[in-house]
Ligand binder design. Structure first.
Ligand code: DX5
Ligand code: ZN
Length: 235
């Protein structure tokens, strides 16, 4: 499975990943289509289990149902970026791989065996990512950086959309960028929580290349206007 399709300019290294957590759940397929028409590069899919986080969202069946909608008007597939906020990880990660996820990320503190969980994802031909909460150190990268395709830095505590950006995440993004540079590997550096057109540039300057935004996009009537503003800020 490839994740190199790009709904923006083919030359842009930045990707915008709208989180459908803030979409209208009564018409999720149409929302996915609209946000892709508006320029989304990835669809960010927040999975919450009322155990690892207090909230409860959607499972693999919804991912499978949305998969046919995750493509541009020209028919180019748009990757589904699954963010697991669940514990345990492995069994549902496998189900999401079968449901059409292109990338699956999990929180290392939610898995008893982080390396095994990464392998469980990769064995399905899906890209694997690790997610770091605001108070979580990056230490586990020492032993996993050679295995992963994505690092996701949380700039809010996981569980809800519409929270304020936590500034200390910027320092963690800088540290994660150093890890990636040292590894010499092609690893995406994504940031999730409180991202808007007016702070996305700071997040990019800290070293991020992929930006999750839920309420900033789905909370406005014109998704394209917001995504365009974000791209202008990034340009
Ligand atoms: C929070 C989720 C985020 C959320 C971001 O646990 O992981 O992806 O949708 O929402 P905003 O962009 O509104 O902070
Ligand atoms: Zn998320």
């Amino acid at each position: 499975m490839h994740v190199n399709c790009d709904n923006s300019s083919m030359t842009s290294r930045y990707k915008i990943a709208p989180s459908i957590l803030s979409a209208d759940f009564s018409c999720l397929g149409a929302e996915v289509k609209s946000v892709i028409d508006a320029g989304a590069d990835w669809i960010h899919f927040d999975v919450m289990d009322n155990h690892y986080v207090p909230n409860l969202t959607f499972g693999p069946m919804i991912c499978q149902a949305l998969k046919p909608h995750a493509k541009t008007a020209a028919g180019v597939a748009v990757p589904i970026d699954v963010h697991l906020m669940i514990s345990p990880v492995d069994a549902l990660a496998a189900s999401f791989a079968e449901a059409g996820a292109d990338l699956i990320s999990f929180h290392p503190d939610a898995s008893a065996h982080v390396h095994r969980s990464i392998q469980a994802i990769k064995s399905k031909g899906v890209k694997a990512g690790l997610v770091f909460n605001p108070a979580e150190p990056l230490d586990v990268l020492e032993w996993t950086i050679d295995e992963i395709d994505l690092i996701l830095i949380m700039s809010v505590n996981p569980g809800f959309g519409g929270q304020s950006f936590i500034d200390s995440a910027l320092r963690k993004v800088e540290l994660a960028r150093q890890w990636i540079e040292r590894s010499g590997r092609d690893i995406r550096l994504e940031v999730d929580g409180g991202i808007k057109a007016d702070n996305i540039r700071r997040v990019a300057d800290a070293g991020a290349d992929t930006f999750v935004a839920g309420s900033a996009i789905f909370g406005k009537p014109d998704y394209k206007a917001v995504i365009d503003q974000m791209r202008v800020a990034l340009s």
